[in-house]
Design a protein around this ligand. Structure first.
Ligand SMILES: [Zn+2]
Length: 102
């Protein structure tokens, strides 16, 4: 076993962590007449709440607690910063938010 420089190891500083957004209820595009979307989008509407959950992670490292197949995307928002959506409890145990930087 070698100590590769490519692997920074476990995150010790929670201020380095950023947020992964897991989409719980994605928006879905529908049409009023169940026909294909018109060129001017006049029959298009969206359903769903867009509800999502925040996980602690880093760029290119999808947290394990996001279920496989769930839609998720990384963002620049700091895990330790103000997050407007509920945080994942698994991530909170692993990476407690000590000080919220407002
Ligand atoms: Zn999580």
């Amino acid at each position: 076993m070698t100590n590769s420089e490519d692997d920074p190891g476990p995150v010790s500083d929670p201020s380095e962590l950023t947020v992964w957004f897991e989409v719980l209820e994605p928006f879905k595009a529908r049409t009023y007449d169940d026909a294909p979307v018109r060129d001017d989008y006049s029959n298009l509407y969206f359903v769903g709440t867009g509800k999502s959950r925040a996980h602690a992670g880093r760029l290119g490292r999808r947290p394990d607690c996001i279920p496989e197949g769930a839609r998720a995307h990384w963002a620049h928002d700091l895990w330790n910063g103000p997050v407007q959506i509920p945080r994942c409890t698994v991530c909170l145990v692993k990476h407690p938010v000590t000080q919220v930087i407002d």
